[in-house]
Design a binder for this molecule. Structure first.
Ligand code: SAM
Length: 719
């Protein structure tokens, strides 16, 4: 296949926007000057990113040595994790140097999380230029450059390296705002981390040049995100920093600074932050300063609540995943990468037979110029999915041929214009004209649209197969879970298994401390109160014509049309919440063809009924706000009782965290976006289960929370 000149299109698209209308997007890149030695300087802060003498040696002296990383990492075991928190990702030098050392010292199986906030991210071109200074770190640099977010939009960007053994969570935000997303809640009683930091790299420009960052709130937040023994190191010995840290429970020492700097500071936490006991706080129907913390899972929150308490994970680390579609397979893989033994149960003889079962799934995101959770989550999930599927595309599972979202009508064109006016033309997505769209796609497009050059399509079944190819995962096909019950005495889930394909086989029981339900609409068989709604979708298989064979990218708009594979297109899909019968209908085939004829009139002849060679119908699983239900599941009856005051006042004073089913998690409701949503949702879930720092931040976790509709209904007095 001849690929169109994407680089040329990109350049044209980028210049198209950058002439006289400066984009109003809220991505504030770092503005750099370069000194005569090729070192980056911040024009904003008027300071260098690292010591002019030798930035790498400075990093090693200040951050690695004074946090005693070599000594601590040499003592780790294969089951251990280590979490670093950094202010100011900058060029990523500290991360790269730490990762380089980790590769030398940490045992196989141990895992490093590097959490870094950055208010002014470097543009990828600047990053590459700055990192050219450190040939010693070439391997790590190359890997970082490959995965550095294509678009540096505000929020969480989670990057996995070394098969998930090293993770970077780059939080593009102001330091306090970004780190506060790592607390489970802002409610005074529950300001706890999901996983505390083990070592802090307090970087950032000097307090004299950057006083806004070195605020008491930052030090207080560090204390909340630490546990006694957490260490810190910083290049500055300014009084404001020493005093701030000391006031926030850190014991600090002065050390020799690097290069021309006389002193630096290092230390460790001696006094953990305290939260008032919920029972000492008001509980009534008056307005509360902070909303009720129903979204906090009391049991997991208490893992670190008291100083010295070790995190408690279920032992053994065994989980059962119910459901062998994309949600189940990604969830199983995310846990297996954390050293868990996972058993995946699927009632069908094959993986990905329900909503994940189409031969071609498209990576397609729903973005909006408005600041709204659905759009932010789509952007975050899309970028994570694109990083996750790189290897799959490299193996030929689908194609990253780009996705073109056509501006099918004036309203959509206006939305696309507004989106790009807000975001600016990006590596990730660009606004293209009809002419450019036609050139990119190889077929005549009546309108322009949004062009996602790094997206594409995948075969979900093959993705699922690959995901389960991990020694920690056992799959059991033709096993249907007919009953799920929790044994309080043993603190275990018992699953009753049937064999729908061979009914004479005896049923059996499986036990596990952790269960993930990834059965889409069928989750309601276990929990009928879940607000899931099936929506039928039918795809049509169509013999390609010489004209349609010229299509080189995925086209979407009202429906989608990926390039032909083996002379056949899979186009879709209908959207019908009323008919739940899976028998294929002629009417739906005709609907699919009509949609494409309207979308691509130049190819109208290709979409004729004579060319239909099959199809497939399945039920999408959707939720009222089209975001998935991902996370731990509260006990429904208890939730209604504990938060009953919300019926009287949606802002009632309720200081208590939620009562959840121990070890029970949900990953459902991905609608038509399973390929995009499930990789990140699986990471979120595995982080909750294993006790890792959140890969998405507390706001997103709350937006996906499985109990959100129950609480919403309570506040509207509808439950
Ligand atoms: N650690 C970096 C490295 O390895 O290249 C060098 C960091 S540089 C000295 C300081 C960084 O802190 C800059 O990238 C700057 O944009 C960032 N920064 C400054 N103030 C900040 C704030 N309030 N919140 C988040 N990041 C901030």
């Amino acid at each position: 296949m001849v690929r169109p000149d994407h680089a040329g299109i990109r350049a044209a698209a980028l210049s198209h926007m950058s002439t006289n209308t400066p984009p109003e997007h809220d991505i504030s890149h770092a503005r750099l000057d370069w000194d005569e030695q090729g070192q980056p300087l911040s024009s904003h802060y008027q300071e260098g990113y690292f010591s002019r003498h030798n930035g790498l040696a400075e990093t090693r002296h200040v951050f690695l040595d004074h946090n005693r990383l070599a000594e601590r990492w040499s003592a780790l075991t294969a089951d251990d994790e280590f979490v670093i928190g950094e202010t100011g990702f900058g060029t990523g030098l500290n991360f790269l140097a730490a990762w380089h050392l980790w590769r030398q010292l940490a045992p196989n199986g141990a895992r490093l999380h590097f959490l870094s906030v950055e208010k002014f991210p470097l543009h990828p071109d600047d990053l590459q230029r700055a990192l050219g200074l450190w040939p010693e770190l070439d391997n790590e640099i190359e890997a970082l450059l490959q995965l550095y977010p294509a678009m540096q939009n505000p929020g969480f960007h989670h990057l996995k390296f070394d098969q998930g053994q090293v993770r970077l969570t780059l939080i593009i935000d102001e330091a306090c705002a970004g780190f506060s997303q790592l607390l489970l809640s802002h409610h005074p009683a529950w300001q706890l981390p999901q996983r505390p930091v083990d070592a802090w790299f307090l970087d950032g420009f000097s307090p004299a040049k950057n006083p806004d960052m070195w605020r008491p709130e930052l030090f207080e937040l560090m204390q909340r995100l630490s546990t006694p023994g957490t260490t810190l190191a910083t290049f500055t010995a300014a009084g404001i920093v020493r005093r701030g840290l000391a006031t926030s429970g850190f014991e600090i020492y002065k050390g020799n600074g690097y290069g021309h700097k006389r002193d630096m500071v290092y230390g460790h936490l001696v006094q953990a932050a305290e939260c008032p006991a919920p029972s000492t706080l008001p509980h009534n129907a008056f307005n509360a300063a902070e909303p009720a913390p129903w979204y906090v899972n009391r049991d997991t929150a208490l893992r670190y609540a008291a100083p010295g308490i070790e995190k408690t994970q279920p032992q053994p680390r065994h989980a059962v995943v119910i459901g062998g579609g994309l949600a189940g397979c990604h969830s199983a893989r995310a846990l297996a990468e954390r050293g868990w033994q996972v058993t995946l149960l699927e009632q069908q003889p094959q993986l990905a037979t329900a909503a994940s079962g189409n031969p071609q799934g498209v990576l397609y995101a729903k973005l909006s110029h408005r600041q709204e959770t659905l759009s932010d989550f789509n952007l975050q999930a899309l970028q994570f999915a694109l990083r996750s599927y790189r290897d799959y595309w490299a193996q030929g599972i689908g194609a990253n041929c780009g996705v073109l979202q056509l501006s099918v009508d004036d309203k959509t064109a206006d939305l696309h214009d507004k989106l790009i006016a807000q975001l600016g033309q990006q590596e990730l997505l660009q606004r293209v004209s009809a002419e450019q769209a036609s050139h990119i796609s190889g077929v005549a497009c009546p309108s322009g649209g949004l062009w996602f050059p790094s997206a594409g399509w995948l075969e979900p079944k093959a993705v699922c197969e690959q995901l389960l190819a991990h020694p920690g995962i056992t799959r059991r096909m033709c096993e249907q879970v007919s009953q799920l019950s929790f044994d309080d005495a043993q603190q275990l889930w018992r699953l009753q298994i049937l064999h729908p394909q061979s009914p004479h086989q005896e049923s059996r029981q499986v036990e596990a401390p952790v269960v993930i339900i990834a059965t889409a609409n069928e989750a309601r068989e276990f929990f009928p109160q879940l607000p899931l709604k099936p929506i039928r979708g039918q795809v049509t298989y169509l013999q390609a014509t010489p004209g349609s064979q010229r299509l080189q990218t995925v086209i979407c708009g009202d429906g989608y049309l990926p390039p032909a594979v083996h002379g056949q297109h899979c186009l879709g899909a209908t959207f019908n919440p009323r008919n739940l019968d899976l028998t294929l209908t002629e009417e739906d085939h005709r609907l699919n063809l009509a949609t494409q004829r309207q979308q691509l009139p130049a190819l109208a002849d290709s979409f004729s009924e004579q060319r239909i060679c099959g199809g497939r119908a399945a039920l999408r699983c959707t939720t009222p706000d089209y975001l998935p239900l991902t996370g731990a599941l509260p006990r429904y009856d208890q939730l209604l009782e504990d938060y009953a005051l919300l019926r009287k006042n949606a802002r009632a004073n309720i200081p208590f965290a939620g009562d959840y089913w121990p070890g029970l998690y949900l990953n459902v409701g991905h609608g038509s976006r399973g390929l995009v949503y499930t990789p990140l949702c699986a990471e979120l879930l595995a982080a909750q289960i294993h006790g890792d720092p959140s890969p998405v931040g507390a706001s997103v976790e709350r937006a996906l929370h499985p109990g959100r509709f129950w609480i919403r209904d309570l506040t509207r007095n509808k439950r």
